[in-house]
Design a protein around this ligand. Structure first.
Ligand code: 5GP
Ligand code: ZN
Length: 112
């Protein structure tokens, strides 16, 4: 399958991995929109947040908790950070594999 995040998780495509466990892999975004821009990927291939079901609730909670820990380890817990999940065309979701953006390290505007 042609999913770029599945390839990164398998190690077929190189990426800077900042955290890994059995349910999530966190990498640095290749095109960072802020000084800190980490992506928390689900290990399981799920096309989008809207494709998740009740069984994924613990996973989604885990992704948010890992993002919070990463904010701490990346040094932006106090200065502030934003979590973003783009789901579907109107949100501009480019990669159809569930992921959560952790953005910080500068003052963030509403859109950017
Ligand atoms: P989306 O728009 O789907 O929410 O976000 C996809 C994100 O993945 C973008 O911020 C984009 O820069 C990032 N991205 C796309 N391809 C790669 C890649 O090969 N490696 C890494 N590290 N990030 C990627
Ligand atoms: Zn995938």
């Amino acid at each position: 399958m042609g999913c770029i995040f599945c390839k990164i998780i398998k190690g077929d495509i190189a990426s800077e991995i900042v955290y890994r466990d059995d349910r999530v892999v966190a990498i640095r975004d290749i095109e960072p929109k802020a000084p800190i821009h980490v992506l928390v990927l689900s290990v399981e291939h799920i096309a989008s947040l809207s494709a998740t079901t009740d069984e994924h609730r613990p996973l989604i909670g885990h992704m948010v908790a890992v993002a919070n820990e990463l904010a701490r380890s990346e040094g932006i817990a106090e200065s502030g950070y934003r979590l973003v999940i783009n789901s579907g065309p109107d949100a501009g979701q480019d990669v159809h594999h569930l992921h959560l953006h952790v953005l910080g390290g500068r003052k963030l505007g509403w859109r950017t």
